[in-house]
Write a protein that binds this ligand. Structure first.
Ligand code: CS2
Ligand code: MG
Length: 402
């Protein structure tokens, strides 16, 4: 199965996506997602200029050896750009293996460990009533797990709330938005949001929330403790995780479960968090954490410490990543939940897919490989449109964690 071509396709059906397409001499092709929100061209160049030429002539079935070559061979290991490029190659090679054997990816990973994949959606609102109404829509649609985010009174910006309906997209076209954050106002408000959810909807739904790296460890501990009566499924990214030991401080004070990892790109980013059981869910993704080959290693390490997966699935991970993730989620033993924010209609048209969705439950389908394709003609109608993630500042202008 010699590789004869490896090309990068950049398209912007509602938002930018970077897709790697690898083709073998037998005419089998595989796709991998290489999208890194706000830094798409960096990964595209890393692939086009440095990786794709190395792939030509290689045996597509040597997935592990290719992973090791791209990881160790770069010398400059790890990092979101490198690991997203490796992730895209790895996803494409597993896709080719599935197509050449006629096997859906989940069967190559050991077969189904569950009947379907529980996904969570995003209930957002500018205030509590609006967020609760959105929560009701997800509950009526049959979701068991729902994330809730709301505007905070007297805060100049809101996090995680879609601007004027449609799927939430944090990147802004052509500029870096400056948003403002006040931890004091947030900590005072957040417990009221969860209390309102439990009062109106009871405890039948898994309730998730994203603090998006904005608290210090002791502030995260204070929040976790304050919301224990509302039994959250998890608080996500409570504090920046470069210092993995910081989570010991949170763990000392609260039993509210913690999810971290959407910005991780290797097992080294989470080894201590997992081994010391400082987290309950690991959110690393196939795209940003080196593909199926590496994320399987992370999930296997996590399973030794009863840590489950909760893969990031924002709309800036392409449908190719989502398709592959659903296979991964169906197969691994320590699956927790999969984020699914949904996609703009035009994105789903550019990326035909085999997955099915019934309320809050998804299935990757039985198509060989990961089951997601790209309509290249349609993709060409949506040229790259530069867009960047915001930054956050405190009221006094201090640059903070967005
Ligand atoms: C968020 C993301 O979905 C999440 O949990 O953290 O929306 C994140 O902000 C974006 O993926 C960044 O591109
Ligand atoms: Mg998040």
């Amino acid at each position: 199965m010699k590789i004869v071509s490896a090309e990068v396709i950049i398209t912007c059906p509602g938002r930018n996506f970077v897709t790697l397409k690898i083709r073998t001499e037998d005419g089998v092709h595989g796709l991998g997602d290489a999208t890194l929100n706000g830094r798409e061209l960096a990964v595209a160049s890393y692939l086009r200029d440095h990786v794709c030429p190395m792939l030509i002539g290689r045996d597509a079935s040597r997935i592990e050896d290719t992973w090791q070559l791209l990881y160790k061979g770069a010398y400059w290991r790890r990092g979101p750009v490198t690991m997203s490029a490796i992730g895209a190659v790895d996803m494409a090679l597993w896709d080719i293996l599935g197509k050449s054997t006629g096997m859906p990816l989940y069967k190559l990973l050991g077969g189904a460990s569950r009947t379907g994949v529980m996904v969570y959606g995003h209930a957002t609102g500018r205030d509590i009533p609006e967020a609760l109404d959105e929560f009701a829509r997800y509950a009526e649609a049959g979701y068991q797990a729902i994330r809730i985010q709301s505007g905070v009174p007297n805060m100049r910006s809101v996090y995680g709330v879609s601007k004027g309906g449609g799927t939430y997209e944090p990147a802004t076209k052509g500029r870096v938005d400056e948003q403002y954050w006040s931890t004091e106002k947030y900590l005072d408000f957040a417990p009221k949001l969860f209390e309102a959810v439990r009062e109106r909807f009871g405890f039948d739904h898994h309730l998730l929330h994203d603090a998006h790296h904005r608290l210090t460890p002791i502030e995260a501990a204070r929040l976790g403790k304050a919301v224990e009566p509302y039994r959250l499924f998890w608080i996500e990214d409570p504090t920046p995780a470069e210092n993995q030991a910081a989570f010991r401080l949170i763990r000392q004070h609260t039993v509210t479960p913690i999810a971290v990892g959407e910005i991780f790109n290797s097992i080294w980013d989470c080894k201590q968090l997992i081994e010391e059981q400082l987290i309950d869910y690991i959110r690393a993704t196939l795209t940003h954490a080196g593909g199926i080959t590496h994320l399987k290693r992370i999930a296997d390490l996590a399973s030794l410490y009863q840590v489950r997966t909760g893969c990031h699935g924002a709309s800036d991970l392409s449908p190719v990543c989502m398709g592959a993730a659903l296979h991964f989620d169906l197969a691994i033993p320590n699956f927790g939940v999969q984020e699914y924010m949904g996609y703009p209609e035009e994105a789903l048209e550019v990326f035909p897919h085999a997955w099915t969705k019934d309320g809050g439950l998804m299935h990757p389908g039985e198509a060989p490989g990961h089951g997601v394709e790209i309509d290249e003609k349609l993709a060409a109608r949506y040229p790259y449109d530069p867009a960047y993630l915001p930054v956050a500042r405190l009221d006094d202008g201090t640059l903070w964690n967005w």
